[in-house]
Design a protein around this ligand. Structure first.
Ligand SMILES: [Zn+2]
Length: 238
């Protein structure tokens, strides 16, 4: 009986630790090492529009046209693999003057990975992004927002901030189903210093692309200005 109790306690402890690790890996505002930002505390009505994944040659151009027609600068978190496979799209983003961030090479979950894997994922992607001619800041956003120990350690050692988000319209089932609902979700949830995450690079993301003009117009109508992640971070301590 006593042995059974010990086994039960051990199992419960293991479950508790696993739940803690899972929660830690998904946390938007905390990581074990280095800086992590999900939203910047500022009095100014500014937001950063961020797009994850890609580039794809198919969908980059239409997205860039929407941004250009509204005179908006955004931040694109690109994967190294897609950047090297779709150089036209990648170069177009750089040439249009948007900020580019590193979103890993392979887009694998970067938890329980070795320091060597982390370094290779990040540095090969940096090189692919620099190949486009881009010379600006290179912040990092973890694939699936997941990080645990080795990734934050590398980023902290290299003085690079982890960029998360506080507004994620595609994660809301109602907002994700319809462009109008998606725009309304962003308008309801964005505040000063918000980082909005969207995915616009794949065929499956038509609703997000359709929502983009209304999101931009709606936020502008409420007085928001669009800034890059760098510009947003610069406001943090003012
Ligand atoms: Zn991603």
């Amino acid at each position: 009986m006593r042995r059974l109790n010990v086994v039960v306690v051990v199992i419960l402890l293991v479950i508790a630790v696993l739940c803690g690790v899972l929660q830690l890996s998904n946390a938007r505002t905390f990581q074990v090492f280095g800086d992590i930002v999900a939203r910047v505390d500022t009095d100014r009505a500014v937001v950063a529009l961020t797009f994850d994944d890609g580039p794809t040659d198919n969908h980059t151009k239409p997205v860039l046209e929407i941004l250009k027609s509204h005179d908006v600068k955004a931040t694109f978190f690109l994967t190294g693999r897609e950047t090297s496979r779709n150089p036209t799209g990648a170069k177009a983003i750089a040439e249009a003057g948007h900020e580019i961030g590193n979103h890993s090479w392979s887009h694998n979950r970067m938890i329980f990975v070795s320091p060597t894997t982390v370094r290779e994922e990040i540095e090969s992607t940096d090189a692919a992004i620099r190949n486009t001619g881009y010379r600006g800041a290179l912040y990092f956003r973890p694939p699936y927002g997941k990080k645990l120990f080795s990734l934050p350690w590398y980023l902290a050692q290299h003085d690079r901030t982890t960029i998360m988000w506080d507004v994620e319209p595609e994660a809301d089932a109602v907002a994700a189903a319809d462009p109008k609902a998606m725009a309304e979700y962003v308008l309801d949830n964005a505040s000063n210093g918000s980082i909005i995450i969207m995915h616009v690079m794949y065929d499956s993301r038509e609703i997000s692309r359709q929502a983009l003009p209304s999101i931009i117009q709606g936020l502008r109508a409420r007085g928001f200005e669009f800034v890059s992640v760098s510009e947003l971070l610069a406001l943090q301590h003012r």
